[in-house]
Each structure stands twice: as C-alpha cells, then as structure tokens.
Ligand binder design. Structure first.
Ligand SMILES: C[S@@+](CC[C@H](N)C(=O)[O-])C[C@H]1O[C@@H](n2cnc3c(N)ncnc32)[C@H](O)[C@@H]1O
Length: 253
C-alpha cells in the first residue's frame, strides 16, 4: 500500500450518495487536497503515477494538477461505480489518453480508453467566442502515435479514433455503450458541446464528465457551453471547480 493509498484509506469515508447531483465531500477531498493539501506531494511520489507520467512524457500538454485529478478519479473513485469505459475528446499527441490507458491496465480495469481527435489540428472555430483558430495543434504524427501506444508500450486497451467528433462520436458511443469517465479537452465551444451531447445519455450512474479547459482564460468558448448548456439548460451542479470542472448525475438530462 502506498502513502497515497493510506491517505485515501484514512480520509475517504464519504458515502456515494449524491445531493443535487454531486458529492460535496468527494469534490473537497480531491480539490482541496490538490490545491491546499498534501495530495500533490503524495501523488508525485506514487510509483504508478510516476510510471504512467513517464510513458506519456512529451506527448501531453495538460497540467500536472489535472493529470493528478484524473489519476485520483480512475484509481479511487471509478471502482465505486459500475464499470464503464473512458473517453477523451481532444487528445492532440495522445499522451493523456496513453497515461489513462497505462493506469487502467495496471489496475486491471477491463475497459477501453477511446481517444478522439482530428489528429490534424483544430477544425473551424468561432471567432466570436473562441481564441483558438483552425489548424492549431496540427503537429501530430498519427502513425507514430499509434505505433508507440500499441507496439512500443503494448497497450491493447486504447482505441484511436480519427476525425471530427461530429463524424465519429456517435458510432464510438454506440460501440462502447457506457462511460464512467469522460475527459473533454477540446478548447472550443463547438467541440465541447458536441462531446457533451454525444455522451450525456450514456454515463453509468454517478459517472464523471471532467472539463479540462472551461476554467482556462484562453477557452471562454468551453466555459460558455458549461454555463449555457450544463448549468442553465440541464440544471446541473458541479462537484469540482478545481482543477477540472467536474459534473455527474446525468440521468434526468
Ligand atoms: C488542447 S488540445 C488537447 C490536449 C490533449 N488532451 C493533451 O493531453 O495534450 C485540443 C484538441 O482538440 C481537438 N479538437 C477540437 N475540436 C475538435 C473536433 N470537433 N473534432 C475533433 N477534434 C477536435 C484539436 O484537434 C486539438 O488537438
């Protein structure tokens, strides 16, 4: 048992019951632990976290805190839910999906990590709300990425899906059936909206949708979708606002 496992054994005593669609205590244990407590230090020393970071090195731009939050969700929170797959919308060079696949494999989770992107850069964006422009993030070697994940690392639990979400998400969702964790990291309003709409009715009970960029100053388009669609239209409350914006409980949506 690692020091991180001991920390969760000691502090993680909350029930799985959700109030207004979220567990405030679960949100606090991850968020406060990462922002003000000792979780960053403990996770930074955790052998599996370190190994998974090493194989993703140089292939992801997500922040250290966000990667730690995903690690906590996969290791300590998903086991309390029904089994469901993981999907990442906006993978860029694939490092974060590889990180999650490596962790899932090491924990013997019988799930697939679906990794979606054009892998040729941003599609058309909306200059009235998005800062990013078409073609950003176009420096991906997709063949090298697939070869690295499947052949160099031997990961059989990762599925790369190339194309616009509007062309690919529906068939991925119907193949997968249900998700326990969705990571939305596509920076622009249209992509965030398409991702959310594609998965919201295919979440296991209490499953997590973590929005990476909605809290970044450069991604107001992502923020607008959270405000307009999740909060105002669907009446959802968040479980975390640091380091991700995390929502659960989509059964009435
Ligand atoms: C910030 S990057 C993702 C970073 C990545 N998660 C990582 O770990 O480094 C955003 C990605 O979203 C992708 N994207 C945005 N909208 C998309 C859409 N509608 N369909 C497919 N890919 C999209 C872009 O191609 C880009 O690679």
């Amino acid at each position: 048992m690692t020091a991180l496992d001991q920390y969760f054994e000691k502090h993680f005593k909350t029930s799985t019951e959700l109030l207004n669609g979220r567990s405030v205590q679960d949100g606090y244990i991850r968020s406060v632990g990462l922002q003000f407590g000792e979780l960053q230090t403990l996770i930074g020393k955790d052998p599996l976290f370190r190994d998974a970071c090493a194989v993703a090195h140089g292939r992801t731009i997500i922040s250290g805190e966000n990667r730690m939050n995903l690690y906590l969700l996969i290791k300590y929170f998903l086991p309390r839910l029904q089994t469901g797959h993981i999907i990442e919308f906006g993978a860029y060079k694939g490092g974060n999906s590889i990180f999650m696949a490596y962790v899932a494999k090491a924990l013997n989770l019988d799930i697939t990590i679906y990794c979606l992107d054009t892998f040729t850069g941003m599609p058309k964006t909306d200059p009235s709300i998005d800062l990013h422009t078409e073609g950003d993030f176009n420096d991906v070697d997709f063949d090298e990425l697939k070869n690295y994940a499947h052949n160099t690392l031997g990961l059989t639990n990762i599925s790369f899906v190339q194309g616009l979400f509007s062309d690919t998400a529906e068939s991925v969702v119907s193949e997968a059936g249900s998700f326990s964790l969705v990571h939305i990291d596509c920076d622009i309003a249209s992509g965030v909206e398409e991702s959310y709409e594609a998965v919201k009715n295919n979440m296991v009970e209490g499953g997590y949708i973590a929005f990476d960029d909605a809290l970044f100053s450069s991604c107001l388009g992502a923020t607008v979708i959270i405000e307009d669609i999740l909060i105002r239209r669907d009446g959802l409350n968040s479980e975390q606002i640091y380091p991700h914006y995390v929502f659960r409980n989509f059964d009435k949506v």
